[in-house]
Write a protein that binds this ligand. Sequence first.
Ligand code: FAD
Ligand code: NAG
Ligand code: NAG
Ligand code: NAG
Ligand code: NAG
Ligand code: NAG
Length: 501
Amino acid sequence: MLKLRVSLASLVVLGWVAAVQAQDLRTLFGTHQPGFNVSLVLPGDPAFANDTRPFNLRFDFEPAAVAFPATAQEVSKVIKLGQLVNHQVVARSGGHSYIANALGGKDGAIVIDMRNFQAITVDDTAGTAVIEVGNRLGDIISALAAHGRGLPHGTCPYVGFGGHAAYGGFGFTSRLWGLTVDAILSIDVVLANGTITTVSEKNHPDLFFALRGSGASFGIATAYTMRTFPAPPTATIFSYNWQFTASGAAAFLASYQSFVLSTPLPPTFGAEIVITPGNVQGNVSIGLAGGWYAPLDQLNSTLGPFFATVPAPRAMSFDTGDYLHSAINLAGGSLDTKDQPDNTDTFYAKSLMTPQGAPMSGKALQAFMDVVANEGFTTDVGWFFQAELFGGRNSAINAVKTGATAFSRRDSLFTIQFYASSKGNVPPYPESGFTFLDHVVNSIVDNSPPNWDYGAYTNYIDDRLIDWQRRYYSTNYPRLRRLKDLYDPRGTFTFPTSIQV
Ligand SMILES: Cc1cc2nc3c(=O)[nH]c(=O)nc-3n(C[C@H](O)[C@H](O)[C@H](O)COP(=O)(O)OP(=O)(O)OC[C@H]3O[C@@H](n4cnc5c(N)ncnc54)[C@H](O)[C@@H]3O)c2cc1C
Ligand SMILES: *[C@@H]1O[C@H](CO)[C@@H](O)[C@H](O)[C@H]1NC(C)=O
Ligand SMILES: *[C@@H]1O[C@H](CO)[C@@H](O)[C@H](O)[C@H]1NC(C)=O
Ligand SMILES: *[C@@H]1O[C@H](CO)[C@@H](O)[C@H](O)[C@H]1NC(C)=O
Ligand SMILES: *[C@@H]1O[C@H](CO)[C@@H](O)[C@H](O)[C@H]1NC(C)=O
Ligand SMILES: *[C@@H]1O[C@H](CO)[C@@H](O)[C@H](O)[C@H]1NC(C)=O
């Protein structure tokens, strides 16, 4: 037990690492740290359940404490205190990790909740913005649009910047502007030893590499200095929809895949294929949806050669306006995250990034669509799959070299997300939801060459992915391991799929 008058220094000298009870943690974080005023929520506190609720209710972790620092100095102090009592320390920004990694991915972590880091400072002359990590994507879009600027990132307004920018960040502007990690100029970060620093191409370039794709393993970011881009004057959110038999759907996907591989697609084309249950067993619903950041008539001429090879869509829609209008459309009508809290879900998701140099075979696509049209119709989970276009010619994502950032899969054509929710979106998540998604992904992998070098997407993080080192980090993993030994030798930042010490 922690004695009331014990100083931090003497604890260090004694090497005190015993399990610490909630009340002791309050003492440790409280009165014994002169000038240290970080609010803390502990198990048993009225706010604890709300403050530790993950987006994905498949998980229910109990952290040892949640701290709410407001400065980098306070973040540093909490990291050091966490080490002192031998707890894992983890940052939480928007709390939207698919596997509740911002709660530590297990019980007993000390969570550093970054919600107080809310500033956004735009520099019009430099075309940059300093964005603190507690901002949600919706807030960032609004703040930048007021200056006629934008950034590449995902569509959900509630996703937090801290986690998004730590791992990737894909949206329909990504073929044009890259991933969120590609627009980072420098990162204000607190390292595992408590050092507060700013890393960039010039200062600690090795950490700058690691933080752009495996950020949470190497530090707690407080702010990102971002390059911004002029908001396109016109943008269209489009959607085309079809109903196919399984073999019709496989032929459609093969045709789309060869179109995006062979055409000099402009970078203003951002798209995903959306796969949902068919209206009868044996059928599949397919959508082609995306953002087009140029005049609308040029979209028609771009897609013309593809439409000549597939049946006419059953339905289509186009919503044209300025860039802000397009972001509001993708956000589902509002960018405001303060009005009401985000809802939660109970789900499992897998991902598969297909190599551009080894596209999916006709056999793999047929097997994929057979599972979707049959087991996908009878399964008791609600699901959707999205094949996001990362590649194709002229993609800014793949213009970055594999070794330049920890985000490693720079040779992908599609990032396919497989997402399935429990009935009513509440726990428990059924076992059949895991097996269904396993069958779907295996239908593709098992019908591809044995050495098929596919990847997985770090922001659709998967707690059941066995060979995640290779799938997420490819040839960059050995370098990341060496950097982990250098910057976090004690493994203070350890959680499922963290870079191993
Ligand atoms: C509804 C929904 C829609 C999504 N849409 C997209 C999309 O369109 N495109 C896309 O690319 N992704 C998308 N995602 C995935 C999303 O990008 C990731 O879940 C992202 O990591 C969430 O960031 P967060 O800050 O909200 O999450 P958190 O749960 O807070 O954090 C996620 C991870 O990052 C770490 N982390 C958080 N803050 C920091 C920090 N300051 N410093 C270091 N590490 C930190 C956490 O410890 C954790 O490991 C979506 C997710 C959801 C739930
Ligand atoms: C501590 O922080 C709270 C708000 O988080 C503030 O109300 C209080 O005045 C602060 N106390 C000191 C001593 O700074
Ligand atoms: C619950 O937690 C969320 C963040 O996860 C926060 O925005 C909200 O204010 C909290 N609500 C209450 C009632 O404390
Ligand atoms: C913390 O680690 C950084 C990076 O290795 C190093 O530059 C710094 O000197 C270390 N600080 C302390 C107090 O050990
Ligand atoms: C199933 O898809 C086929 C091919 O598009 C279509 O002809 C048929 O009408 C669909 N079935 C239903 C019930 O819509
Ligand atoms: C684009 O094509 C669709 C049908 O293919 C048509 O409905 C729409 O009017 C066209 N838009 C323009 C601007 O040509």
